[in-house]
Design a protein around this ligand. Structure first.
Ligand SMILES: [Cu+2]
Length: 156
């Protein structure tokens, strides 16, 4: 009976790990608007972080000459005229680190005008690790329950 209760407790814990809401930063995908200032020969900020599944809107503001922004791995780009803001929207559906670079020749140091966007996995990873841990723990009461049944059956 105690083993049965421990199984129920484990099952409940599994449900909690799988479905309980987590604190704010790791919640469902959001729409994010990020402003990036572009000037010869840098972006500001040059490093961005979003979560997997976020809808990312980049507002590229050029403060001197024409600049572009191309995101490696996503194959999306935008161009901003001097003093203007250009908008690029995409869904961050691939996790990892991606370079973004200027794709408009803007001067001598143009090839070095790069930045990085990191798309972080959301909480799915942590939930699956939690469930796997519970599954491993759960094997022990389950197996001892089965052994006990078999012992009882043999005793009869
Ligand atoms: Cu450039």
């Amino acid at each position: 009976m105690i083993r049965f209760i421990s199984l129920v407790v484990l099952f409940a814990a599994g449900l909690a790990v799988a479905f309980a809401p987590l604190p704010a930063p790791s919640i469902a995908p959001q729409a994010r608007t990020l402003r990036i200032d572009a000037r010869q020969f840098a972006y500001s900020p040059s490093e961005l972080k979003v979560n997997l599944g976020d809808t990312v809107t980049v507002q590229l503001v050029s403060t001197d000459v024409v600049h572009g922004l191309y995101v490696d791995g996503y194959d999306v780009s935008v161009e901003a005229d001097p003093g203007q803001t250009a908008t690029l929207t995409f869904v961050a559906d691939r996790s990892g680190s991606f370079r973004f670079r200027c794709n408009v020749t803007c001067g001598a140091m143009h090839p070095f005008m790069i930045g990085k966007i990191t798309v972080e996995k959301n909480d799915l990873l942590f939930r699956s690790v939690g469930l796997a841990t519970l599954a491993v723990i759960g094997v022990f009461p389950l197996s001892s329950l089965l052994v006990e049944r078999k012992d009882r059956a043999l005793a009869k």
